[in-house]
Design a binder for this molecule. Structure first.
Ligand code: GTP
Ligand code: MG
Length: 513
């Protein structure tokens, strides 16, 4: 291995068909530059560069790779050279020079590498949209329906974008079966790693949930950060959490998720490394880290329990007062908060992005014939909600237990409203909320034609409209009044409710969370 100054950095002794390259430090200065060392090695049977050579070149971002072919008589015969290229759209990320007889071979390696690096750097400069937190290649590995896989991948893009990560490309893999260690075969995984490097990605994000062992296996091959969908969702929650309880729940979910994966970060060395510098004291540190995380988890759990007790008291008081509670639920970005704002003349944050709302917010809502009731806006759902998140968000989700009626908001303009309905209803079952009466509201009616809306409404026995238009919401109010009146609760509850003076019993901006 020879560095840019022409000095020999290391001498590697291999056998007649392979060599083991020692651990190389990670990419310099965070920019997608070359490694600063070139590999010059012998090929004892004068063979051209092998696929393994070219993979090493790309994966390790070597300045270049050179094989000196040994002829039959034992002298040097031909020289084979390959280098990385700048253009990421090319299928191959490297270029092989014409083989040349050793005697006539001439190359100014230093200048060649510098100009190559300049080209590569130009191709990888940060896009005009601004500095992003990362550049990711998304990967979906599936054996199910193609259309479904694509839809999930689109959703993953949304999730990743919500974190200000630039999506450089999406790759769909459809293996016969899921490889236990790498999800796809190791050959395919190497191709993926090369593709990620060529496109300038520093993150590989999988749509599938990966086991800690898979994250480890893939990181070892690719040498870049590997994330799965759950982690992306957890990170979004972490970014969006503002309230005290929101922060506790998110941190708890993150720590529980991280604990079994802790070993991964300290062993994420180059695939060829064999663990140099990662054993010994590293093990002890790992144990300390684990213990600290466990202690922190216990601490957060205690905090959460005491908050939970306080909330139960609060709930009991409300139940005693007999105020009916209606909770708005639904898939993330369906328009729940918009509906909440229009119905209660509030101004909770509404944005065209996933998981804008994390904390439950309750306000009073006046219904014809009933008077004031409590309307609650809640955190959005998504299919395959990470388990750690559901577990940690129990306190927030339990708020839903007290709802007398749910309004399930569905984005009628979305790609697949049916899938979203199924996902949400599945989560309701998991939370034991399936028996609460539910009114389905197909939202964003202004964006679809009447016929489609009527089809959805009749198929799902729902009502349609737009959360942005007050007039289209009168039908919700009437339906809701009717629903609440037909519930088992005695009429007296509602009469009682009508006489309540708001500032005494239900602050008009009563905020939970
Ligand atoms: N055209 C149209 N856009 C709507 C309608 N309702 C909501 N939106 C838009 O949809 C996006 C999401 O709205 P939110 O109300 O934040 O959705 P949410 O369900 O609360 O989302 P999360 O809190 O992130 O789960 C925003 O850009 C809204 O302006 C509607 O009826 N018509
Ligand atoms: Mg919202």
């Amino acid at each position: 291995m020879i560095n840019r100054q022409g000095q020999i950095e290391s001498v590697i002794i291999g056998n007649d068909h392979e060599l083991e390259i020692p651990h190389l430090s990670r990419t310099r200065s965070g920019l997608r530059l070359l490694r600063g060392v070139r590999l010059v090695h012998t090929h004892l049977k004068n063979q051209p560069l092998t696929q393994d050579d070219l993979t090493d070149l790309a994966l390790l971002r070597l300045d270049l790779i050179m094989a000196l072919g040994v002829g039959k008589a034992g002298g040097l015969q031909d020289v084979y050279v390959a280098h990385n290229v700048a253009n990421s759209s090319k299928e191959q990320g490297y270029k092989q020079l014409q083989p040349c007889a050793f005697q006539s071979f001439e190359m100014n390696c230093h200048d060649f590498i510098l100009s190559l690096e300049q080209d590569i750097f130009k191709g990888c400069q940060v896009s005009k949209e601004g500095i992003r937190e990362g550049r990711a290649l998304l990967v979906s590995v599936g054996t199910g329906h193609v259309a479904f896989q694509q839809e999930r991948l689109d959703e993953l893009q949304e999730l990743v974008r919500a974190q200000d990560v630039e999506v450089l490309g999406c790759v769909t893999q459809r293996p016969g079966s899921i490889h236990p260690k790498y999800v796809v075969g190791s050959g395919k995984m190497k191709d993926l790693a090369i593709q990620a490097l060529q496109s300038g990605a520093d993150l590989l994000i999988f749509d599938q949930d990966l086991t800690p062992a898979q994250v480890r296996g893939i990181s070892e091959i690719t040498d870049i950060r590997v994330l799965d969908r759950s982690q992306v969702i957890l990170d979004i929650f972490a970014k969006r959490a503002h309230s005290h309880i929101g922060n506790i729940q998110v941190e708890l979910a993150q720590l529980r998720y991280r604990l079994p994966r802790l070993a991964q970060s300290s062993t994420a060395f180059s695939r060829l490394a064999g663990g140099i510098g990662t054993r010994g004291p590293g093990e002890t540190k790992l144990e300390t880290d684990r213990r600290r995380i466990r202690e922190r988890i216990q601490h957060l759990e205690r905090d959460l329990t005491s908050i939970e007790q306080g909330r139960q008291e609060q709930r009991k008081r409300r139940v005693k007062r007999g105020l009916p509670v209606v909770s708005i639920i639904g898939y993330t970005n369906a328009g729940k908060s918009t509906l909440f704002n229009t119905l209660t003349a509030s101004d909770v944050s509404v944005k065209d992005r996933v998981f804008e709302t994390l904390d439950t917010v309750s306000r009073s809502w006046r219904l014809p014939n009933l008077g004031e009731i409590i309307l609650t806006d809640t955190v959005g759902f998504i299919r395959d909600l990470p388990r750690d998140l559901v577990a940690a968000f129990q306190t927030t989700l339990q708020e839903l237990q007290e709802a007398d009626v749910l309004i399930h908001v569905i984005d009628a303009h979305g790609v697949n409203p049916e899938q979203h309905i199924t996902a949400v209803e599945q989560i309701l079952v998991e939370l034991g909320l399936q028996d609460i009466p539910c009114l389905r509201f197909f939202n964003k009616g202004d964006l679809i034609d009447l016929e489609t809306m009527q089809g959805l409404c009749s198929r799902y026995e729902g009502i349609g409209g737009s959360a942005l238009e007050e007039t289209s919401l009168q039908v919700i109010q009437h339906k809701m009044s009717h629903l609440l009146l037909t519930l088992q609760k005695p009429m007296s509850h509602f009469q009682e409710v009508q006489t309540i003076t708001m500032h005494e019993d239900v602050p008009s901006a009563h905020r939970i969370g």
